[in-house]
Design a protein around this ligand. Sequence first.
Ligand SMILES: *Cc1c(COP(=O)(O)O)cnc(C)c1O
Length: 396
Amino acid sequence: MNRDVSKAGIATQAVWAGEEGSLLQHATQVPIVQSVSFSYDDLDDWQAVALGQKPGHIYSRNTNPTVAALEEKVRVLEGAEAATSMASGMAAISNTILSLVRPGDRIVSVKDSYGGTNQLFREFLAQINVASCLCDTTDFAAIEAEIAKGCKLLYLETPTNPTLKVIDIERLAHKARQVGATVVTDNTFATPINQHPLQLGSDLVIHSATKYLGGHADALGGIVCGRKDLVHAIFHYREITGAALDPFAAYLLLRGLKTLALRIERQNASALEIAQFLEGHAAVAHVFYPGLASHPQHEIARKQMPGGFGGMLSFVLHGGYDQVKRFLPKLKYAHRAANLGAVETIVGPPATTSHVEVSAAHRAAMGIPEALVRYSAGIEDVGDLLADLAQALGSA
Ligand SMILES: *Cc1c(COP(=O)(O)O)cnc(C)c1O
C-alpha cells in the first residue's frame, strides 16, 4: 500500500511513518534486524548497494533496517529532508559538530546548553582550535552581534536545561543566514509535537531520543535531521567514528514513538498545572516554566511552541540545598534520577543531573541555583502528582 503520511497529522505520523518498507511477511511491527552484515549472492548487486547505487544494507555500523525505520519516522515528524541516528544524544551532538567544523572555525552558542554539550565546547572543541563564543542565553541582541562577527555554526537549545529559558530561533537563524552560518537546534525538551525548529530557519535539529522520543527510559539514542547535504556529511562521519545506534535500541525507540503525541499532550497539560500550583506555594521561591505568564520569554514561547510548553519545569526551594535534600526523598511518585522525558515523573537537582560535569562555581556563574529542583512530569494522574508535591513540600 502506498501510505503517504506527509500530509497526515503528527499523531498519525508518529504511529505510521517509516514502517512500511520494513514489515516482513505481513507482520504489523518493524522487526529487530539483529544482524551485523547482509549477504549477497550476486557480486554486482553487492557492489551496487555498497556504492549507494541501489537501496540495501551492507554492514550495521553504516545502515540497518530497524535503525532506518526509526530515522524515517523522526524525519517525517520533523518535516526534514533527511535524518541519521546515533548511539546517544551526545553522540548526535558531537558527531554533528565535529563533522561540520574545521580548526580555526568559530561557533556561537549560549551559556545554558546541556552540560555535556557545554563540556564539548569548552574542552574538546578548544583542543582542536575551534573557538566557542558562549553568549548570555536570552540576550538576543548580543548573540546577533556575535553572529555578525562571522561564525561557522550557530548552536541553539530551547527550552534550556535546567532553567527553561526560551531562545528566539527565528530571529537568530535569520541573522545566521546573513553570514552563511549553519544553524543547529537541540529540540530534546520541546519534541516535534511542540516545536519545529526547521520551520523557524534552523538547518539541523538534534534530539536525545533517550528522552521524550523513546519516552520509557529504557534505551539510549540520538538523531539529527535536516538538510540532505548536511545530514549526509554527518552520516559519513558517523560511519567512521562508529557511533551507530543498536537495532534493539532502535526498536525500543520506535515502539515508544508511537505514543509520542499522547504522552506529550498529557505531559504539557500536567507540567502547566504543576507549575501554576508551585508558583502559588509558600515553600517555593521561584518557578521556571515557559507556559507561565511570569516567564520572561513567555511571548516567544507562545509563538514558537504552538503544540505546548513541554513537560519539563524547574523550581527553587526556600532554604537552599539542605531543603532540597529533605524534600526530594519525600516524593512517592518520582524517580530521583539523572534522566527526563519518561512516562514516570523524574526529579533531581542539577548538581547530580544535567550539570554534574561542571563545578559548583561554574553552575553559580551560569545562574543555576543550588536549591533548584528539575521536574520532568510523567504521565501519571496529575491529581496524584499535585498531592504528592503538596505533602512533600508541607513536611519538608
Ligand atoms: C540528555 C540530553 C542530551 C544528551 O543525550 P544522551 O542521550 O544522554 O547522550 C542532549 N541534550 C539535551 C537537551 C538533553 O536533555
